[in-house]
Design a protein around this ligand. Structure first.
Ligand code: KIV
Ligand code: ZN
Length: 513
């Protein structure tokens, strides 16, 4: 006997709530297209009522994605639910996901509502949502820390009102696998109409057990939907990681006896895209998508794998989308080969002029770097996807001098709203000097929370450096990412990318507000 496990991806909503992971509309759309190639069943595209930017992102994703269901989060009130329904109008398949907190702590301290008021608001919200959309998910926020009798009453009501999916969030990552599994099972056994809805797990990773808890919710509790994010992206310690939960269910099908519709060969490309877009680097020893996940360093392991692969490998690297760093293009490659490679990578640029601009960047890169890998192309197109109005600040050129025993000096030329500026500064190193030069002219006053450099492809100093800069200003945290074979230039690009995000006004309402 086998049945299907629904994969609900919330990278673009819960994942994006991670400070610094906020994405532009175009970035979200690009990731949504990749999630569709990955064949996730449901894409939670955002929280339409939280900001005009998020509304536009949900709307664009609803209009472009045809295969996956597109979902928007909404608090349990008419305004949020109507905004979600409006944003989802163009979707082939739409879902409204409404939530209200049900734990004693949240109801009393955060909502300042009585349990009866919460119960009534949940009823009204689901009734209202069902009039606008046939597919309605309800989440009792902090559900796992809620009092079970009260939770049973609320959930029975919302199922009666037509909720089609019931999701049980472990909002603060407090659960333990067996306890969470049994909690889910008790709910399903005690609620008389529980068989009218699909049950779903939503686990945060504060104690490092999000994947284990989700799997227990499935195996012990009978859940048939898992909410998860690419790379486990999310606030604090993150969410349940999509790649881990999917590969666990596939690899141990003997135990779970469930089917998942995911095209696993799209996992690594999705992981890279999310990491390159948000600047949240994947740790090398991360299961499935970490750079070392399939690297056998010890002689005994290498010998074993050469003799019989399954001595030390339970999954095949190529099944999750790892390809050896293949040289795909070079200096002599023409526009058609470049266009074909974009197509093979699933990257669709909107117009011929965008292809031309990306090709010009590719040629520029190929002049400086003899071997161009898929990762380089993805980074290059990431740069290209920034539209003129989002690119208020743009790097034009950079010169820096550093010599042992001398204080480094940088001269940076960049455009601000189309007007050229030049600035110079000394610094502790060439990167410091370059960013100080930019700041001396821009005077953003932003505080730098993070600066990190990574090689885009491993194995050689020829690789492009990918720099992430995280800035904070007036309560907003943004990430900028820049790539270039010269890490000083990559740093300046990353800094300007972060300034561009600060410059765009995307005021957001906290999803858990
Ligand atoms: O963690 C949580 O409780 C949530 C809900 C809004 C579903 O993300
Ligand atoms: Zn959550």
């Amino acid at each position: 006997m086998s049945d299907k496990l629904i994969i609900f991806d919330t990278t673009l909503r819960d994942g994006e709530q991670s400070p610094g992971a906020s994405m532009t509309r175009d970035e979200k759309l690009r990731i949504a297209r990749q999630l569709e190639r990955l064949r996730v069943d449901v894409i939670e595209a955002g929280f339409a009522a939280s900001s005009p930017g998020d509304f536009e992102a949900v709307k664009a994703i609803a209009e472009h994605v045809r295969e996956s269901t597109v979902c928007s989060l909404a608090r349990a009130n008419d305004r949020d639910i109507s905004r979600a329904a409006d944003a989802l109008k163009g979707a082939a398949r739409a879902r409204i996901h409404t939530f209200i907190a049900t734990s004693p702590l949240h109801m009393e301290k955060k909502l300042r509502m009585t349990p009866e008021q919460v119960h009534e608001q949940a009823r009204q919200a689901v009734r209202f949502a069902r009039n606008l959309c046939a597919d309605v998910e309800f989440s009792p926020e902090d559900g796992y820390r809620s009092e079970i009798d009260f939770l049973c009453r609320v959930l029975e009501t919302v199922i009666d009102e037509g909720a089609t999916t019931i999701n049980i969030p472990d909002t603060v990552g407090y659960a333990i696998p067996e306890l969470y599994g049994h909690f889910m099972r008790s709910l399903r056994e005690r609620i008389p109409n529980s068989d009218k809805a699909v049950w779903s797990v939503h686990c945060h990773n504060d104690l490092g057990m999000a994947v284990a808890n989700s799997l227990a919710g499935v195996k012990i509790g009978g859940a048939r939907q898992v909410e998860c994010t690419i790379n486990g992206l999310g606030e604090r310690a993150g969410n349940c990681s999509l790649e881990e939960v999917v590969m666990a269910v596939k690899t141990r099908r003997d135990h779970f006896r469930l089917d998942v519709g995911i095209d696993t060969t799209q996992i690594v490309p999705a992981s890279r895209m999310v990491s390159q877009t948000t600047g949240f680097v994947v740790q090398p020893n991360k299961a499935v998508v970490g750079a070392n996940a399939f690297a056998h360093a010890s002689g005994i392991h290498q010998d074993g794998v050469l003799k019989a692969r399954d001595t030390y490998e339970i999954m095949r690297a190529e099944d999750v989308g790892w390809s050896a760093n293949k040289i795909v293009l070079g200096k002599l490659s023409g526009r058609n080969a470049f266009k074909q490679r974009l197509h093979d990578l699933g990257i669709e640029l909107d117009s011929e002029s965008e292809v031309n601009a990306a090709f010009a960047r590719f040629k520029d890169l190929a002049d400086r770097k003899s071997e161009i890998f898929d990762e380089d192309i993805i980074a290059l197109v990431g740069d290209e996807s920034v539209t003129a109005e989002q690119e208020h600040y743009r790097l034009l050129s950079l010169a820096q001098h550093s010599e042992t025993g001398e204080r480094p000096h940088a001269r940076v030329t960049f455009a601000v709203g189309g007007v050229e500026h030049r600035a110079e500064s000394d610094g502790n190193g060439p990167v410091d000097a370059s960013l100080k030069a930019i700041e001396s002219r821009v005077r953003s006053g932003a505080e730098m929370l993070l600066y990190s450099v990574n090689a885009i492809t491993s194995g050689s100093t020829e690789s492009q450096g990918e720099v992430t800069v995280r800035l904070q200003l007036g309560g907003r945290v943004v990430n900028g990412v820049g790539a270039d074979p010269d890490i000083v230039v990559a740093s300046a690009k990353a800094y300007l990318a972060a300034l561009n995000k600060l410059h765009s006004n995307a005021d957001r309402v906290a999803a858990q507000g």
